[in-house]
Ligand binder design. Structure first.
Ligand code: ATP
Ligand code: MG
Length: 428
């Protein structure tokens, strides 16, 4: 049941005073998220729907490459973190329990998953493995900012691969590149896959998935068929710098700001060595397991989509991750024929399985249209007196605010579906 008259969608005319990023302003104004503390955010019902649609796409694609979903705890013993040398990272939250045992709040899950694999995997027959979960990460970020773009607590999909050798790792890595490319395509984001530094994870190679947007903190260098993290571009042999401009093959590279939405790493034996994750090969030799690690942040995908497609009226979701696909606006007081007609359309859309939010509030058309454009569902349907007179429902495509051909006014699900099916191909 999604009637705005009883749905928690606290829209605001003004953005929070401290908000700079478009996604921060609009996600709060549209009633999707609310702040609890510095870098601590609550997802309200409509926002959570978007988050979970992104999660659904990620899950399907990781399952499709043979990922096995599980769940590891956030609260962890300090010991494995000491073994991998990561206990002293500043961003790692540390605490002690009542008995004085040192604990941490996981900022990522290499330690936990490698600990388990070290106990469970015995021989080459147990490999390869792709394990993953969606789990909360806690990070004492130096500078939480921009709404849900950089928070101290967020959900990550992190997968981990386990192979007998480098060739296996490269195969598992390539599978993740494929899955991540499909995830990004499906969400509707504009993105680049760029080579990145290996950074704090250590290892053999890495890529970042970058979504260009104004609020991004990273910079990417773009050329004809070329995309790289700026630091990587600067350091590469075929790029030179002239008067502050990066030049590759005689062509200047364009620099765009972007937000990292995903990051994949070939770890090699960086974690399996200190945590003793080994297997026996055919000849009885004990060898370290080759690992990869693959992260993606649904919250950043959501915020990047807001950043990329918003206009001065509000959010404009890609259809695949919109909280609702259709925003139905009823115009006219309760008890009028036009209101009855809108109720009929709402019932029929729900029966047809359309994801719809129904603005049945006691408010004027101006306010309803403004909220619809703020919330950003891909299609807006309006049922008022004019619809009754003309026998058709007015349809607006949110992206570009373009008028679409009207749909026949009906309370028959099949008729409405047919009308919508004719419209969807022109909706991004
Ligand atoms: P950044 O470079 O932006 O600090 P990171 O390199 O530390 O991020 P990873 O540890 O690779 O990030 O995490 C994988 C994914 O988790 C990121 O690509 C991003 O989508 C998400 N993520 C990381 N940090 C945060 C954060 N503070 N808030 C929200 N999402 C985050
Ligand atoms: Mg990074």
């Amino acid at each position: 049941m999604t009637r705005l008259s009883d749905y928690l969608l606290p829209t605001e005319k003004q953005p929070p005073a401290d908000a700079e990023a478009t996604s921060h302003k609009l996600m709060v104004r549209a009633g999707l998220i609310r702040q609890l503390g510095a870098g601590m955010w609550t997802w309200l019902p409509a926002g959570w729907r978007v988050h979970e649609r992104v999660v659904g796409i990620i899950r399907e694609e990781i399952d499709a490459i043979g990922g096995q979903e599980m769940l590891m705890p956030v609260l962890q013993p300090a010991e494995p973190w000491r073994k991998t040398g990561r206990y002293d990272i500043d961003a790692l939250f540390k605490l002690t329990d009542r008995k004085g045992s040192p604990l941490v709040l996981a900022m990522t899950h290499e330690e936990a998953v490698t600990f388990h694999v070290s106990q469970i995997v015995r021989s080459y027959r147990d490999l390869p493995l792709i394990l993953y979960h969606f789990q909360v990460k806690e990070r004492d970020e130096p500078r939480p900012r921009a709404g849900v773009l950089r928070t101290r607590e967020f959900i990550m999909k992190d997968s981990y691969t386990f192979d007998r050798d480098q060739a296996g790792l490269e195969e598992r890595y390539a599978m993740h590149v494929g899955a991540y490319d499909r995830i990004m395509e499906r969400t509707g984001l504009r993105y680049y896959r760029v080579e990145s530094d290996v950074g704090m994870m250590g290892g053999l190679g890495a890529h970042e998935y970058m979504a260009p947007c104004a609020a991004g903190e990273d910079e990417i260098a773009l050329g004809d068929g070329y995309a790289a993290n700026v630091e990587v571009a600067r350091a590469s042999a075929d790029v030179r710098e002239q008067d502050g401009v990066l030049i590759r093959d005689g062509e200047p590279l364009v620099i765009e700001s972007a937000i990292e939405v995903g990051n994949i790493f070939m770890l090699g034996t960086r974690y399996s060595e200190p945590l003793d994750a080994r297997y026996l090969d055919e000849r009885g030799n004990e060898l370290p397991i080759w690992m990869g690690s693959y992260g993606i942040g649904p919250a950043r995908i959501v915020a990047a989509a807001v950043e990329q497609f918003a206009d001065e009226h509000g959010i404009s979701w890609p259809r695949a991750i919109a909280p609702f696909e259709v925003h139905l606006v009823a115009i006219g007081a309760p008890g009028t024929r036009e209101r009855d007609a809108a109720e009929g359309v709402y019932r029929a859309l729900r029966e047809a399985g359309v994801s719809v939010v129904f603005d049945d509030r006691d408010a004027g058309p101006g306010e309803k249209f403004a909220d619809a454009e703020l919330l950003g569902s891909p299609l807006r349907l309006t049922v008022g007196r004019r619809a009754l007179e003309e026998g058709s429902i007015e349809v607006q495509i949110r992206r570009g605010r373009a008028e679409a051909p009207a749909v026949l006014l009906s309370d028959d699900p099949a008729v409405l579906l047919e009308g919508l099916d004719a419209t969807w191909p022109s909706v991004p």
